[in-house]
Design a protein around this ligand. Structure first.
Ligand SMILES: [Zn+2]
Length: 167
């Protein structure tokens, strides 16, 4: 009986949140997420390091200029550290001097990275998360210096770099 009540309560919560986000262009609904990557917190804790869990699942942020990929400009692909989804290529990366790895676009047609309105810390920002597993990547800004005008500001902890194989 207790379980039924909890299920019922969470259903109400779900319907509330979907109603309130109807007008938002960057609404986030976990439904579109691939259920294969929709793990519980306990499962994530098993597969991620403590630092990865903090950034990917608790929306933490690397300290600026400390991330392992801030100054990496080798050829290769950056994948989601949570699920391995290929998100960025080396030629999309640029030096932003902001202290975090920055990219001016993403692999694919914009469907690999989900943009979510974020008003935490008293700022209106757009959070970016992996569209496949929902892991937090960083934020996106429209002040990029390249022709796309976009700046994907990403935590090094959120991504894994796979160097291009030498022929
Ligand atoms: Zn992912």
């Amino acid at each position: 009986m207790k379980l039924t009540l909890i299920t019922f309560a969470s259903l109400i919560l779900l319907s509330c949140s979907s109603q309130t986000t109807t007008n938002s262009p960057t609404k986030s609904t976990p439904k579109v997420m691939d259920t294969n990557y929709n793990k519980t917190d306990a499962e994530w804790k098993k597969t991620l390091t403590e630092e990865q869990y903090y950034v990917l699942r608790e929306k933490g942020t690397d300290r600026p200029f400390t991330g392992k990929y801030t100054m990496t400009f080798e050829k290769g692909i950056y994948k989601c550290a949570g699920c391995g989804y290929e998100l960025f290529k080396d030629d999309q990366k640029f030096e932003s001097h902001c202290g975090w790895p920055s990219f001016d676009s993403e692999i694919g047609n914009g469907d690999r990275i989900k943009k979510i309105k974020d008003v935490s810390l008293g700022m209106a920002r757009t959070e970016i998360v992996c569209a496949r597993c929902g892991s937090h990547l960083g934020h996106i800004f429209d002040d990029g210096p390249t022709k796309t005008g976009m700046r994907y500001c990403v935590n090094s902890t959120s991504i894994d770099f796979e160097p291009e194989k030498k022929k």
